[in-house]
Design a protein around this ligand. Structure first.
Ligand code: ADP
Length: 390
């Protein structure tokens, strides 16, 4: 049995999934090493959701990503008789040049280093995982799959900021992220509702990161993310769209350094910052604190404003799709958001919404409402397979 390993390397975690390559790609296991360098914890679940590994290490045992990869690799070699034929990596930034996945060699790796300044929190870890495996297994194909690639080819009108034009050439422009999720959902929609998939659709990826994408005929036209994954919707801990004047104020009057500002905007804002309680929608729904209610109201409000903007970009709307942790699992949040889409003619079917059907709108709803679970890892595995079999 041939297998494909999918790797998502973050600053303190290494997530992975293994797929068997057959007539279809079949997920075998899903695991992660969390707390790298602090309190490493290695867990793996099989496809039935049963925990098959649960190990804790000292920080000295797993001080960095390379050590985490070593532990995962050792475990994988002991598990599967299959032959690992390729590794697919989630890479956050493909810059303005990479419109498709790419097989990485030393030359490509150096090229992708150029985008580290554009995503300093994510790109270095993504590339470190590739570098480690290239050194250990130079024979094994490493495929980089970009979060930006699906948004490649936007109209330049969309991707410019209204700042002096030379910045665009230097890479200061809108890119958009969550592209692997949107690409997967767009593909699923072609199976679920082929007529709708060729039309005008908004997909709302509402997880701990949150964004929305306008699709026309399955292609990205607009995305609420911009230069970084801070823009657009408020998220679990990220601020979303903010007046840049606020940042100038915080630097000038609040004497914040850029790293303090970065930490606040990425880790202390969003639902967590607004509520002062939690970044998790489940906690906020369960709370009777007014700040929790404000945070959720703000989240729903910003989603509805952005839905209006994206519908305008599309010049109309045939469907709205919920995906990711909140979108897939929270009937009450879907209900609250759908209510704010009623001006577009959206009518939620309460029973379908409660039971989590794929189609959750009524038969006479002017726009169709769908719940389509995303699977970024499967998207990466598909791309990886495509790259080694062409
Ligand atoms: P990521 O992959 O970006 O870490 P997910 O797509 O898994 O995020 O989404 C995680 C978030 O989904 C959690 O922070 C939580 O707020 C939300 N979530 C998960 N399940 C539910 C639920 N049943 N009700 C409300 N929110 C949920």
């Amino acid at each position: 049995m041939d297998t494909i390993l999918v790797v998502n390397a973050g600053s303190s975690s290494l997530k992975f999934e293994v797929f068997a390559v057959g007539t279809a790609l079949v997920k075998l296991v899903k695991g992660q090493v969390e707390g790298i360098g602090t309190a490493p914890h290695f867990t793996v679940k099989n496809t039935n959701g049963e925990q098959v590994v649960d190990r804790s290490y000292t920080s000295g045992d797993v001080p960095d990503l390379a050590a985490a990869m070593h532990h995962v690799g050792t475990w994988l070699r002991g598990q599967h008789e299959g032959q690992l034929v390729a590794v697919g990596h989630r890479v956050v930034h493909g810059g303005p040049d990479y419109a498709h996945p790419v097989r990485v060699d030393q030359h490509v790796l150096e090229d992708l280093e150029r985008y580290v300044p554009l995503a300093p929190l994510h790109q270095p870890n993504n590339l470190a995982a590739i570098r480690t495996l290239l050194e250990r297994r130079p024979d094994l194909p490493q495929i980089a799959c970009f979060d930006t690639a699906f948004h490649y080819g936007h109209d330049p009108v969309t991707d410019h900021y209204a700042i002096p034009a030379h910045f665009f050439a230097e890479g200061v422009r809108r890119y958009g992220f969550h592209g692997l999720s949107y690409e997967y959902v767009a593909g699923r929609l072609r199976n679920i509702a082929p007529d709708i998939a060729t039309g005008r659709v908004i997909v709302a990826h509402l997880g701990s990161g949150a964004s929305m994408c306008a699709l026309r005929d399955g292609h990205s036209l607009e995305c609420t993310f911009g230069f970084t994954a801070l823009d657009g919707l408020p998220m679990g801990t990220r601020c979303g769209q903010i007046d840049p004047g606020v940042l100038l104020y915080l630097i000038d009057q609040g004497s914040m350094t850029s790293s303090e500002l970065q930490d606040m905007l990425y880790n202390e804002s969003g639902l967590k910052g607004l509520s002062g309680i939690s970044n998790d929608v489940r906690d906020l729904l369960a709370s009777d604190d007014a700040r929790a209610a404000l945070a959720l109201d703000h989240f729903v409000h910003r989603i509805s404003l952005n839905a209006g903007a994206l519908a305008a970009a599309l010049g109309g709307l045939e469907a709205f799709v919920f995906t990711a942790g909140i979108g897939e699992n929270s009937p009450i949040m879907r209900e609250r958001i759908a209510k704010r889409l009623s001006w577009l003619g959206a009518q939620l079917d309460p029973a379908r919404n409660e039971t989590g059907e794929i189609l959750v709108s009524t038969a006479d709803s002017r726009i169709a409402l769908y719940v389509v679970p995303t699977d970024e890892e499967l998207m990466i595995a598909q791309h990886t397979l495509g790259m080694i079999t062409v």
